[in-house]
Design a protein around this ligand. Structure first.
Ligand code: PEP
Ligand code: MG
Length: 596
């Protein structure tokens, strides 16, 4: 929307300047008129059903499922025609859920055994599944319950014959406000009319947030009650980076955000000019800037932002939301699609990083007192050799299709690396014997995210081809700060001297052994930290798509020498606050003219 179109919205709006706060899900500022889209849950009540009516009730449930499937197939075709094949697996996940044995079996059993109507039975099943999900500690996995809810909602609507308002065909430029939006809704958004969305539900890692980022639509989620606090046609500003929503802005706020919006778009446009330029310092030192992904959908945005490959492909997603483990073919198809989409650039695939109470499948090992310190990641893989080998086979097979690197999460000692590598050797031998192609020279690395791995980095470096520092966990375990606990967030300090010293030890140990030191934790994507990370000697930084040009912008304005001085100086401070203010002064004095 041009600024002038926005201004005409202002003329007709009242200006109570209401400030609401949600979770920033996809960066960008949008200013437009609210279009409330009814995504509220259908109201259903549980009623008893006479014995004789039970077969008819089961049939109604079956028809509801069938109609939901037919709708999803039609939607699949529509989206394939509009956006191509790359987004379809989200629809496929929903189609798979409609085949889910628990969903169907439990609901049918309730109808038969309890003598209740299909809607009531389905609601009870949903409740049970949601309870299960809510006990899951991992935010990302917890939010997968939204998929089950969306699918159940579709079946319920079909049973009660209540159609959902379409998300297409809007007049002018609108910001959709909804209780929740499903991935299918978001895939249908036409960016020429829908300039952003806000939802009551969702978190940073919900499917809708991931898709909004992939499609680069500004979005704020997790507002809790916005659908009850805002009306159709009101003017709204959303800031998808900070999660701020302002309803009926006054003239000053409006002008301020209009300036910010234009600035953001200018910066984004300018930074995108860096896409094809090398990530190299003034004095010719290069660092490889790569991207982190979980979904194939994220690849186009990574490429647009100039990623030189994928430095972290998290593979947890396919193991969730199901009763049975994915088989080798399913895993291979997923990895192959990402490898092909990125080729010839490298894709670094991490083996499964779940465990304890984090999995729905039969991997579940029961309750643990401290899941973060429990049977997770490589510990789980080594205890479940068949699951591990299935994943390794799929990863190795995908290495025949492009450049693939393989790495293991949560390594605490050399024994685990050797055990994991022994499985790789076993799988390689099996593939060789069966004449299945794979890259014999595939590089094998480890995540450095446990303090013990830092302390023995020199010993670990002899065993692998590269290190990748997971700062999200390294900070959590080094400082004993739960990374998901919002009450401790001020203590979660990437610039803590213990963290900086750890990073230095890791890089030095890697280089002494002649291997690459990479980083794929969130710290890698903060442009402010770039001078330190460059100065410490990191060879590769992997981050979310929009951070890539921002980090590159600073990198291209630095010399290696000055970065080394910054890192050395930063290491002399006793507190994170002092490092922070020193770093800020460096950024202000050296990079204020930078476009960001
Ligand atoms: C990390 O710990 O920094 C990391 C990249 O892994 P994850 O966030 O998936 O635990
Ligand atoms: Mg981690």
């Amino acid at each position: 929307m041009s600024p002038w179109e926005s201004l005409s919205i202002m003329d007709s709006a009242k200006t109570d300047n209401r400030l609401l706060q949600g979770i920033g899900a996809s960066a960008g500022i949008a200013i437009g008129q609210v279009k409330i889209t009814d995504r509220s849950r259908v109201a259903v009540t549980e009623t008893p059903v006479a014995r004789a009516e039970i077969p008819a009730e089961l049939e109604r449930f079956r028809k509801g499922l069938e109609r939901a499937k037919a709708e999803l197939h039609a939607l699949r075709e529509n989206i394939a025609a509009k956006r191509g094949e790359e987004h379809l697996h989200l629809i496929d996940t929903h189609l798979l859920l409609l085949e889910d044995i628990m969903l169907i079996g439990e609901t049918s059993a309730l109808i038969e055994n309890e003598g209740i109507n299909a809607e009531g039975a389905l609601k009870r099943t949903l409740h049970k599944l949601k309870e299960f999900f809510s006990g899951i500690e991992d935010e990302y996995l917890r939010e997968r319950s939204a998929d089950v809810e969306t699918v159940v909602e579709r079946v319920l609507r079909n049973m009660v014959g209540k159609k959902q308002e379409p998300i297409t065909a809007f007049e002018g430029k609108v910001i959709i406000v909804a209780h929740d939006l499903s991935p299918a809704d978001i895939l249908q958004i036409d960016k020429s009319t829908v300039i952003g969305f806000v939802t009551d539900m969702g978190g940073k890692t919900s499917h809708s947030a991931i898709l909004a980022r992939a499609l680069e639509i500004p979005a704020v989620v997790g507002m809790e009650r916005i659908t009850g606090e805002i009306r159709d046609g009101e003017t709204v500003i959303i800031d998808g980076a900070t999660g701020t929503v302002i309803v009926n802005p006054d003239q000053n706020t409006f002008q301020d955000y209009l300036r910010r919006k234009l600035h953001y778009e200018y910066v984004e446009r300018e930074l995108l000019k860096l896409t094809d330029l090398p990530a190299v310092t003034i004095d010719g030192h290069s660092i490889s800037l790569k991207g982190n992904v979980e979904f194939l959908e994220e690849v186009p945005s990574l490429k647009r932002h100039g990623a030189e490959g994928i430095g972290l492909y998290r593979t947890e997603m396919l193991f969730f939301n199901r009763d049975t483990l994915p088989d080798e073919e399913e895993l291979f198809d997923a990895y192959a699609a990402v490898v092909r989409a990125m080729a010839p650039a490298p894709v670094t695939i991490r083996t499964l990083d779940v465990g304890g109470d984090k999995v729905l499948t039969d991997l579940n090992l029961g309750d643990e007192m401290n899941p973060a310190l429990g049977v997770r990641a490589i510990r789980l893989s080594l205890r479940q050799p068949e699951t591990f080998k299935t994943q390794l086979r799929a990863i190795l097979r995908s290495s025949a299709l492009g450049k693939v690197r393989l790495f293991f999460p949560m390594i605490s000692g050399v024994g685990e690396v050797r055990a994991a590598k022994a499985f790789v050797a076993e799988v390689k031998a099996e593939l060789r014997a069966a004449a299945v192609p794979f890259d014999e020279q595939i590089e094998i690395g480890i995540m450095i995210e446990i303090p013990s791995a830092v302390v023995i980095a020199d010993l670990l470096a002899r065993e692998v081809d590269f290190f990748s520092v997971g700062t999200n966990d390294l900070i959590q375990y080094s400082l004993a700060i739960d990374r998901t606990n919002e009450h401790l967030s001020s203590l979660y300090e990437p610039l803590h001297p213990a963290i900086l010293r750890s990073l230095k030890m890791v890089v030095d140990a890697a280089h002494a052994a002649g291997i690459d030191a990479c980083m794929c934790g969130e710290m890698a994507g903060d442009p402010e930290y770039l001078p330190i990370l460059l100065g410490l000697g990191f060879d590769e930084l992997s981050m979310n798509a929009v951070s890539i040009p921002r980090v590159k912008n600073i990198l291209r304005r630095c010399t290696r020498k000055e970065a080394e001085e910054v890192a050395a100086h930063a290491l002399t401070y006793p507190t994170a606050q002092e490092v922070e203010s020193y770093l800020k002064s460096v950024i202000v004095s050296r990079f204020t003219e930078s476009i960001d």
